[in-house]
Ligand binder design. Structure first.
Ligand SMILES: C[S@@+](CC[C@H](N)C(=O)[O-])C[C@H]1O[C@@H](n2cnc3c(N)ncnc32)[C@H](O)[C@@H]1O
Length: 271
């Protein structure tokens, strides 16, 4: 469309809000459009700290990758990786070990176009456009196979993406399929929107979001999120609110940790 920046891949609908770009807007990024900004602001009206929540989620992702790197993980598969921003997984992982390998997958063409642009020349990282709801295809993808050795421990990241998979699409089966491809000693990192402690806020969030975005969001109760970890051992501190997961400093945890309605956990395959 005339007037659009040249980084917009052909065929991308910029007139309707999109989950990757709304998140980019909350994070203060520049790869979003009026429709994304309008929805981002509408959600701020029902959940005023959503921007801080997005930053808290991103900070958790960084802490989790550093934790995995310290545990010896040297290859990562990040599905629903989003539009690149500060503290991308390959930056954090390759800071720990420049030879660490990172494969990104996202359904969104804008996210993938940007990922591929920033990864140009990085032989140990790649990004593919793929749908989490077809995990077999991701596992069999050539670019993933070139980077990831499934006979070795892997860090599988599903952060702020499972809530875009409806119950009817059985996200638990999807995680099980991915889990079955992991070597012993692998880790799963999950972050997912919840309706556990603030059901009214979660419901208002869902309502406003789902009116505008075709990828519907589904806030889940704690028990449904715990089920993603079947076949894994959760590491301390278990499934907790995003700021409570191994904070860099106790001051980073708000007085009411449930203010960010996002439960997270990191788990290791059962030995
Ligand atoms: C909120 S962002 C999270 C980005 C990153 N994981 C993080 O936590 O900072 C959610 C991402 O999931 C992607 N996504 C949504 N549904 C997906 C699907 N079925 N398969 C792959 N990616 C999906 C969106 O395009 C978006 O980039």
């Amino acid at each position: 469309m005339a007037g659009e920046p040249d980084w917009v891949p052909p065929g991308v609908d910029t007139q309707h809000a999109n989950s990757a770009r709304v998140y980019d807007y909350w994070l203060g990024g520049s790869h979003n459009f009026l429709a994304d900004q309008d929805l981002g602001r509408a959600i701020c009206a029902v959940d005023p700290i959503v921007r801080a929540g997005a930053r808290a989620n991103r900070a958790f992702l960084g802490r989790a990758v550093r934790f995995l790197a310290a545990a010896g993980i040297r290859q990562f598969l990040d599905i629903g990786s989003g539009i690149p921003t500060q503290g991308n997984v390959h930056e954090v992982a390759q800071q720990a070990d420049p030879a660490a390998r990172v494969a990104y997958a996202d359904i969104d063409p804008v996210a993938i176009a940007h990922s591929q642009a920033i990864l140009a020349g990085n032989e140990n990282a790649a990004a593919i456009q793929a749908d989490l709801r077809d995990p077999e295809k991701i596992l069999a993808h050539d670019a993933i196979g070139r980077l990831i050795d499934f006979s070795q421990p892997l860090g599988l990241l599903l952060v702020a993406v499972l809530h875009f998979v409806a119950d009817a699409e059985d996200p638990w089966r999807i995680v099980t399929t991915l889990r079955d491809a992991l070597a012993p000693g692998s880790y799963l990192v999950v972050g997912q929107g919840t309706n556990a402690d603030k059901p009214q806020v979660a419901q208002a969030f869902e309502k406003v979001y789902n009116r505008s975005v075709s990828t519907q969001i589904r806030m889940r109760p704690r028990a449904d999120i715990l089920r993603f970890f079947d076949g894994f051992d959760l590491v301390d501190p278990g499934l907790v609110y995003v700021s409570q997961w191994r904070p860099d400093s106790p001051g980073d945890v708000p007085g009411d940790p449930s203010q960010f309605g996002n439960l997270v956990g990191v788990a290791r395959t059962l030995s």
